[in-house]
Write a protein that binds this ligand. Sequence first.
Ligand code: FES
Ligand code: FES
Length: 161
Amino acid sequence: MARTEEPGVALTVNGRPVRIAGDPDRPLLDVLREDLGLKATRFGCGQGTCGACTVVVDGEAGLSCDLPLGELEGARIETAEGLLSDPPHPLLDAFLARQAGQCGYCLPGILMAAKALLETEPAADRRRIAEALDANLCRCGAHHRILDAVEQAAREMAGAT
Ligand code: FES
Ligand code: FES
């Protein structure tokens, strides 16, 4: 007898395999927050223009409000919760040390955009960091401290290799 294929879309989220059934047009942001309880990823504009919902998809920064579930079969998704690994990602310490946020609403998206950058460009300088974070808005105006923190994490990560 032919094997029935399991319904839904198979993803890996922060290293954990999951299968999500339902409307393939649902944005990944909804799936993360509502189905998987991963609330760190923020809803900002919902229209792909603020960066609050940024996650890492197959190693690259992506806007989860603008990524339909149906296009993500087999994707490897990382969210800010994944930075709390053991040991925690150096970005977390650097953001705390530099007091890089005020309200913190933008930070999960910024952390994930920065993580994607430093994985592909570990020696990224301030100009490259600013370019990579250009699409992530911070209404509190904490940009300078955010850039300081990402630079600090990059230096620490370079020293650790
Ligand atoms: S909530 Fe996705 S870009 Fe604003
Ligand atoms: S710290 Fe408040 S929006 Fe960035």
